[in-house]
Design a protein around this ligand. Structure first.
Ligand code: ZN
Length: 253
């Protein structure tokens, strides 16, 4: 049985998981839009003891590929801090967006910067790099670039998160997507099962509940099933809507 869960509010992840009948949860450990390091959690021991797998999503503003070192260096720092905090609760892994080159330099610089970020990272925590919807010169939007990225950083043992909203909005068709990603990375560790409010290749990152967005429903379902990895829904609404999305995923697995 493939576990299926949701990205939930982070205050009481075990309660949130139960409210969604989720097999796992994904949470932030600090504000997703802030450089502030995660606070120690009062419930760390409780989360450690819980049998529920917990994935941690690193802040959105991380961009280890940025030209500006006032973004790139804090990105490395908070990735380290997030991995440390995730270790404190025995999380399964930390998910981080691939990022993109922001200046005039070539896209390849982003891949070199990922190597430097991973060389500096000191953690036992598994890091999972997620494909993104937008960003010119993004290192993890198109599969051809994911392949180049993995040729450079695969040796660090990082994993891959396939987000179905991001692949669609980022301009990657669902046709043989799992096969093409597997050819690039050799692994899919987690699926972010999201529909999209926007059309193909719109490069917009707006998630929608499953079966209610612009993604062709059959191809979306087939892709989620083919990936064969644990699934997190990061869909709009509260517990009720996400519980329905979790059931949707279970029904197509
Ligand atoms: Zn995602």
């Amino acid at each position: 049985m493939i576990p299926v869960g949701a990205h939930t509010p982070s205050d009481q992840p075990l309660v949130e998981a139960a409210a969604r009948n989720a097999d796992l949860v994904q949470i932030f450990l600090s504000s997703p839009q802030s450089w502030k390091k995660p606070n120690p959690r009062a419930d760390a021991e409780e989360l450690k003891k819980a049998s529920l797998p917990i994935y941690v999503h690193a802040p959105y503003l991380i961009n280890v590929c940025a030209d500006n070192n006032r973004v790139r260096i804090p990105s490395r720092k908070i990735l380290q801090e997030t991995c440390d905090a995730a270790s404190e609760i025995d999380a399964v892994a930390v998910v981080v967006h691939g990022g993109h080159v922001t200046g005039d330099g070539p896209q390849e610089e982003g891949i070199t910067r990922w190597r430097k970020a991973l060389e500096a990272l000191d953690t036992e925590m598994t890091v999972l790099i997620e494909n993104t919807a937008g960003g010119d010169k993004a290192v993890a939007r198109r599969v051809e670039w994911i392949k180049k990225l993995w040729e450079e950083i695969g040796e660090f043992g990082v994993g891959f998160v396939l987000d179905t909203c991001h692949s669609w909005a980022g301009g990657e068709p669902f046709e043989e997507l799992v096969e093409r990603v597997m050819d690039a990375t050799g692994r899919i560790d987690l699926v972010h099962a999201n529909d999209s409010k926007d059309p193909f290749d719109s490069r917009r990152d707006r998630h929608q509940n499953l079966g209610q967005g612009e993604c062709p429903t059959e191809a979306l379902a087939a892709t989620i099933a083919a990936a064969g990895a644990p699934v997190v829904v990061e869909t709009p609404g509260g517990a009720e809507e996400q519980a329905a999305d979790i059931e949707w995923v279970r029904s197509i697995l």
